[in-house]
Design a protein around this ligand. Structure first.
Ligand SMILES: C[S@@+](CC[C@H](N)C(=O)[O-])C[C@H]1O[C@@H](n2cnc3c(N)ncnc32)[C@H](O)[C@@H]1O
Length: 265
């Protein structure tokens, strides 16, 4: 399958789950964004983005889902904000939320690999968060996009699920982890497990494809693209909802990480 085939399959899977996420989240997000200045970003992300001087910066978010984070960044003072996502339904919801927030935030439906050249060199910050890299088959191609979107001196910021987390699934009772996938897997992973990590509705997903990247792949990919690693941190807390019910926390792997990489001036 080509990169485009993977993206189109995943587009259908994300469009399929969008109404389920919406049922769970939309009323709450609408109410929250009707309050001026609302941000859904946690203290770690807020602190790092403020440290990057987000106020007044032009920001792109790749695979931005329903835009809740990018609208929050705009509420933190970001200047031009553009979100890109492959899902028609999530982009439509993001536009609705931006209107509710009365914020000028643009959302574009596209695969990250097909972002038009008109956006090249337009951003001070390119951001990804919470479960993006695992949908992308080609990290080198991804970093080429990051590099072309950034202005000289711009920064890439990732607040991601730690890549080691993908070797685990919650055990059937949800309270602990079990090993399910090899860390060094290189073949695409096809599955039909539902994506409703908010409401936990069980359904058969359209075919979706995900990709294991090691921490080394993620760092080396940035280096190979000519970006300078300025910051990497690992954390014990879960930023996805996937592991929300873990109660046996004695032997947890790193659950999340932050990465900042700079483009040369
Ligand atoms: C787990 S969600 C990101 C969650 C988001 N950061 C949040 O917390 O709300 C992953 C997103 O990646 C998008 N996606 C997957 N493959 C993509 C691609 N090739 N190009 C653009 N977006 C993609 C999906 O549509 C989905 O919205």
């Amino acid at each position: 399958m080509s990169q485009n085939d993977f993206a189109e399959a995943n587009r259908a899977a994300w469009n399929q789950v969008a109404p389920l996420h919406r049922r769970h989240n939309f009323a709450r997000l609408s109410e929250s964004f009707s309050r001026p200045g609302y941000s859904c970003l946690d203290p770690i992300e807020t602190g790092l983005l403020r440290g990057l001087g987000i106020a007044g910066k032009d920001v792109a978010q790749l695979a931005c889902n329903n835009g809740r984070e990018l609208i929050s960044m705009r509420n933190l003072g970001a200047r031009r904000c553009v979100g890109f996502d492959i899902s028609d339904a999530f982009v439509a919801e993001a536009q609705e939320l931006a209107a509710i927030a009365k914020q000028d935030v643009a959302f574009v439906r596209t695969s990250v690999f097909d972002i038009p050249p008109e956006y090249d060199g337009s951003f001070d910050l390119v951001v990804i968060t919470i479960g993006v890299l695992n949908w992308l088959p080609d990290l080198a191609a991804f970093y080429r996009v990051v590099d072309r979107l950034l202005r000289p001196g711009g920064r890439f910021f990732a607040y991601e699920m730690h890549p080691v987390l993908w070797i685990f699934d919650p055990a059937p009772d949800g309270t602990t982890l079990q090993f399910t996938h090899p860390y060094f897997e290189t073949t695409p992973f096809l599955d039909n497990e539902g994506l409703d990590y908010y409401g936990n509705t069980e359904y058969v997903s359209r075919d979706k494809y995900s990709f294991q990247h090691t921490l080394g792949d993620i760092l080396q990919g940035a280096i190979d693209a000519g970006l300078r690693i300025a910051h990497i941190r690992e954390y014990p807390h879960d930023i996805s909802n996937r592991f929300a019910n873990l109660t046996d926390k004695r032997f947890l792997p790193p659950m999340s990480c932050t990465l900042i990489a700079e483009k040369g001036a």
